[in-house]
Design a protein around this ligand. Structure first.
Ligand code: 6PG
Length: 255
């Protein structure tokens, strides 16, 4: 079965404290259960919200050697480019913690968007064979231990945008987009079947600019048409937790 939680913090700093503990606790759980911890990152403000993981106590208490780090989406730019989600995570977190470099799975920036998406899917399939990455027996798609995701003001998650045909992709694990409404236009992204096969998803959403999409996502649905991408994140068998601040939930009626 699946579980949904809504956490609302008075301030972004409180959210960051809780998100670090959430991630560290899941790291300990999966390291003990499976000897590996598969963590999927997005870009955007999420990385800054993870900053406490690179500080005491987590810097010492987390078993970083068990971490395997992936990206839910990436811009098709060189890895050292300002727009790179890899660079953002490297500078904000990964360079500060002792994860073995071979366990940080950056998207191949020498390939085209299409080539990089296919290449990443091949990398994931190899990790399934090695037993690092779990599979969902229910869906036939890979089952990541946790996805730490942000949401755009338009309700997009990963590079799955409202009204874009990519939201309907149901075969591929990883695909590409050449006309992203959020720049830069060329990106690669995990698909909904992969996101929805996760064991845990944290949806980290702060600020008044997100209040409209949060309100739509958390209000009772009148009709199932016209769903925002964030509303299509429905886990098959997992726990979905909203990490929000007061501003992001300011349009909710019953908090
Ligand atoms: C990207 C991100 C994207 C991000 C959301 C939210 O490549 O743009 O991975 O999916 O998570 O756009 O970004 P903010 O939290 O910065 O609004």
């Amino acid at each position: 079965g699946s579980k949904r939680n809504l956490l609302i913090f008075d301030a972004e700093e409180d959210l960051a404290v809780s998100l670090a503990k959430y991630t560290a606790d899941l790291s300990a759980k999966f390291a003990a259960e499976r000897g590996a911890f598969t963590v999927v990152l997005s870009g955007g403000s999420l990385i800054e919200a993870l900053r406490n993981l690179a500080e005491p106590p987590y810097l010492e208490t987390v078993d970083w050697s068990k971490w395997h780090v992936f990206w839910v989406d990436e811009r098709v730019v060189p890895k050292d480019h300002e727009d790179s989600n890899y660079k953002l995570a490297l500078d904000g977190l990964l360079a500060k913690v002792p994860i073995p470099p071979g366990q940080v799975y950056a998207i191949n920036d020498a390939l085209s968007a299409e080539g990089a998406a296919d290449d990443y899917e091949t990398v994931l399939k190899q990790l399934v064979k090695n037993g690092v990455l779990a599979m969902s027996t229910a869906t036939g798609f890979p089952r990541f231990d946790v996805m730490l995701l942000g949401m755009g003001p338009d309700g997009h998650i990963a590079s799955l945008f409202p009204g874009h045909p990519l939201v309907k992709e149901n075969q591929k694990w990883v695909t590409h987009i050449k006309d992203s409404p959020k720049p830069p236009p060329e990106r690669i992204t995990f698909t909904f079947p992969v996101i929805n096969s996760s064991a845990y998803v944290a949806m980290v959403v702060t600020g008044a600019g997100k209040a409209g999409a949060v309100q739509k996502a958390l209000s009772d649905k009148q009709a199932s048409s016209d769903l925002l991408p964030v509303e299509m994140a429905i886990l098959q068998d997992g726990e979905f937790t909203w990490f929000t601040d007061k501003e992001a939930v300011s349009m909710l009626q019953n908090k």
